[in-house]
Structure formats: C-alpha cells, structure tokens
Design a protein around this ligand. Sequence first.
Ligand code: SF4
Length: 674
Amino acid sequence: MATETHCPYCSLQCGMRLTGRRAPEVSAWEEFPVNEGALCRKGWSAAGLYGGRERITSPLVRDRETGEWSAVTWDDALDRVVDGFRAAQAAKGPDGVAIFGGGGLTNEKAYALGKLARVALGTSQIDYNGRWCMSSAASAGIRAFGLDRGLPFPLADVEEADVLVLVGSNLAETMPPAARHLDRLRERGGRVVVVDPRRTPTADRADLHLQPVPGTDLALALGLLHLLVAGGAVDEAYLAERTTGWEQVRDSVAAWWPERVERVTGIDAHEVRALAAMLAGSPRVMVLTARGAEQHSTGSDTVLAWINVALALGMVGRRGAGYGCLTGQGNGQGGREHGQKADQLPGYRRIDDPAARAHVAGVWGVEPDSLPGPGRSAYELLDALGTPDGPSALLVLGSNIVVSAPNATHVTSRLESLDLLVVCDIVMSETAALADVVLPVTQWAEETGTMTNLEGRVVLRQKAITPPSGVRSDLDVIAGIAERLGSTASFPTDPEEVFAELGRASEGGPADYSAITYDRIRAEHGVFWGGERLFGESFAHPDGRARMLAVEHRGAAEQPCADYPVHLTTGRVLAQYQSGAQTRRTRSLPDDGPFVELHPLLAGRLGVATGQSVRVATRRGQMTAPARVVATIRPDTVFVPFHWVGANRLTNDALDPASRMPEFKVCAASVAHA
Ligand code: SF4
C-alpha cells in the first residue's frame, strides 16, 4: 500500500507516494494541489537516500587525542552529552550550552528543541539555520504587515497575475514544479520579469530580464517607485485607506531618477522605464522575492522597498497580486514559528512579550520568570562559541554548519574551540566529523511529522518505512537529554502528541495551530494557518493598516577594489540541496563538484577557458574549482554554488541590522588562473 507523504527537500513540499517498506519507490501523488504529481529530479531521487553505506546506525564518540571514533550505547552517549552540558553550565551558567537547529526539522522537532532549551537547559542560546534563509523577508513582513507568512496566498495565485516580478529567485531551477505557474501565467497573456545578475533558467522564461549589480535590488525598487509616482500610477485611495507612512516613502524616492538607478544598478535607464510602464498599466502586479534579494546586509530594507512598490500600486490583499517571499528550506516557514529562533516562543510569539511568556509557561507547567530572554542570532551565536562570554557546549540538529555558515573557516575554528560538540545526523557530515558525540537519528520517510510549506500550508510527512535498528528519532534524543537533566516538564516522543501540545502553546499567537490536527491535514491536503489568503480586508497591525517605511540604498558591505575587483555571488544548482549532505550521497544525482561561473570578457582577461582551474579569493579565504565560461553572467561578477565546502569560506559575515542575516549573496573577490 502506498503512503502519501512529501519530499524531504525544499519549501514546496511536493506531495509524493512511497511504496515498499525497506527500499521505497517514489510515485506521483496527482491529487496534492501544490505540485499535481510533478517532482523535480531531487524529489524523484529522494528514496536514494536509503541504502547508502554511509548511514550511521550507532552513537559514536571521538577520542580527542587520537581522533578515533568508537561506537557506544545510547545510554553511554546521552550520559556523556548531559555530563558535558552540566560541566559547561557549571562553568558558565545556563548560557554555557547552546543549540543550533534547522529549517528542515519538522514543526514538532522545532517546538521540542525550543522547549528543551528554555525549560530543561534554561539557556537563551538557541537559533537555527533558517536565520540564513529568509529572516530578512520575515523581518520586513512583520514590520510592514504585522505578520510574516512567506506567501500570504496559495502559490497557484501566481497564474492570475498580469505582471509577476521575481527578484532574486531562480525557481525554475530550485523548485521546477513551481515553474508551471509561470508558464500558465504567460499562456494567459501575463508577463514575467526576472531581476537577477545571472540569466538563469527562470530568466530564460521571462519577458524582461534585468541584470543588476549584485546588492542593488533596493535601488531598483526606489527607482521604480519614483517613476510610478511621477506617472501618477500609485493608488492614492488604497494608500489613504489601508496604509500609513506613504508621504515619507514618496518623498524618499524623489531623487531616484532612472539615470541614477542606472549608475547604481548597471541596468539601462530605458529598461527601468519599461518595467515601470509595465507595472503602471497592469491591474494585477505580484512581486516575489527570494534569497537573491534577501541575503544581504541590507536584505530587510530591500524587501521593504519592494513591499512599498506593491503597496503603492494598491496590490497587497488583491487576488492574483501583492507581495510574497519564496521560502527555501523544507520547513523554512514552520521552523521559525515554534520556538527554535532566538527571539521567539511557539506560535510566532515574541519571547520578550510578558503575555506570551505567561501563556507558553502555562502550557509547559513552569513559571514565566524561569524562561530565559532572547539569545544571540545564528551567526552571532556561532561567533561566540568558545569565547570567554560564549557557550562552551553545542548541540546541533538538522544543520551542516561547516558547509553552510558564512565565513566558514572562522566558524569552523569556533566549533573546534568547544569543550563539547554534539551532532545529530544520519551520516558523517562535515560538521558531524568535528563532533565529540554523534547521535544517529531517523530521517524523512522513517518518521512522521508536519512541515509548513512556503504558502503557510501545514502538511504531514507520514512514516513509510522501518528505520534501521540503532537509530532514534530527534524527539527521542530531546526527551532523553531532558530526562537526564532532571527536567520535570514532559517531553513526549509521539509526534501527534507533540503537535497537539504545539497547538496549545501556539493558541492565540500570530501563527495559531490550535485548530489544526493530523486528521484535518490528511483530509484537506494540508491546512493553511491563518486562512488561505491573508490581508484582503486588513493587515495584522492593531489599526489594520500596513506600514510603509522609507528605506535608503546603502549597497553591499564590500565593494570591489584593486585587490578584490569583482563581485562574488553564490547560489544553488538543480541536482543539489543546501549543504549537499543528503543529495551528494544520492547516487542517482550527479555530483560534479563546485565550479566558478565567469563571463567570457573576464575569462579572456585572465586567460581562462572552461574546465581550467581558477582560484577565487576574498578577505576571508580562497577556493579552487574548474571554470565555466558563460555569457549569462555579468562581466563584473563570478558565481559559485554553495553545496560543497568552499563557497562559504569566501562569503561575508556582515549582518543585516534588523534580521541578522549575513551577506551571503555578495562580496568582493579576486579571480585568477590557478
Ligand atoms: Fe522536492 Fe522541492 Fe523538488 Fe518538489 S521542487 S520535488 S519539494 S526538491
């Protein structure tokens, strides 16, 4: 009998069927509305995760003297973990222990992890890799709309737009089943605009492709708004009725003439005018941002600038129009709603809100005053590890930090400075290889749990196969640690029981899951929290109005100079996912390794041809990889995919002041024949 479940990878959470108890086979689940049976190459290959010889099936401890690993019992491993945590807290207080979670963990795990930190350990030091995914869009959404839900409408609404502007998204390559909506939009006569420094497979489908200098998307939005104001295209009635702050925003774009936009972004002024004219004449304009716009030290202001464009046109809340963010990780949305984020409690509540603390403490059976306050953001937490004021023990779940952290050489040295590093994983990832204790856990089809996809649709991944003996679920690990720490709070290990508790803890919060059950999810093909479409009548601020906030172009933290004369940008390729810990081990997916994409003009100056080795260096490190000479990238920019060790040794750890998002997407680099 087939089990209906969802892909282990990206935020689309495509539905699929699995058959077979040991070596599952993937087949289409046509009735699931998000992907209608379509899957990308990663989804079709997902079952290849099983049967790999690299699977860890016993807890392992590493001898620091010899570097050798030994298999130990679960009791021994968990005792060692808890002894280490106690020692760290005895030396440094409750914040001596930190937790680093992941945007691919189920809602139940994210919730239990937050509870483990705040109740059993009493530490404020918890954050997760979703901070590096869409925190800039989340921060901007909360400020502008009073609420952050990546897409406040079903993805299929894209088809109803007359103009779709994709800013920094390559969805045709990163989530191919979603590209059908672009095709249907164009079949209807709608137009697609892509803003991206590279001509990607998504840009190939566009009616207009603008190729800005990396890090200048904000200036383009200011210039568009300038032209919309000058052309009388803004919706004054909507602005008066549904927003505040318009006058300041209008005044802030007065000097953004197209020629100034051209100087900053490198986009021809006539193309800026062409896009503004397209927007001005269209009844339904939709703007979607993704990591290309958001992973910047100006990421949240960039998103606010594009939200201002959508609001000024009166589009937000209108069907087939508005603003949304395309989340990346599988549970990028749910992962930030249930308490594994440094500043949040379950239900997307602020941890410094007394009413939220009282409610959640009541569900957990503890005193509100016993809960710690906000902790450090993801990069700041890693940067503090092993320092006199920072944690000396770290528990990692669902993250491969050594590959995915910015300025990764520095972060790796911080991990190496710890007294105790504990990693839960399925294989010996690059991060697990540094650990003192590795705990082997179940994954994807071996367990049940909910995910919240990029639309805010809560879906159910159902257990389809029997896990290998020797592994335990993350929920078991969390409960085992809590019990050994002597916590009096309960830590259930049945996912449905955890989900019910999560629902109670989230009740009344911005992301309220209290009316969602496993049975409803099964019956309804997923359940949207907050409703299918948001903002039709009002926004989530107390007065119901959206906030328009004036923002300024500042540019990237690093600009090209004599030593580092080009821009470096990073991103994904079709066959790999995130740090590659799973997809690089899936035999049916090609693993060609990293490469350096550069323009023929730059390659000619360097005397480099495709396939030859080039060295890319930044102020933080260097890497060597084969060149790919392509005319689809700006001549002043090079691109490296981030699925392998290397790219993030180069990236910049400059943080966005509001979201604490590192500037993954652009830094200054040098390139040379290796
Ligand atoms: Fe999986 Fe995303 Fe591919 Fe769908 S688009 S099959 S969710 S990786």
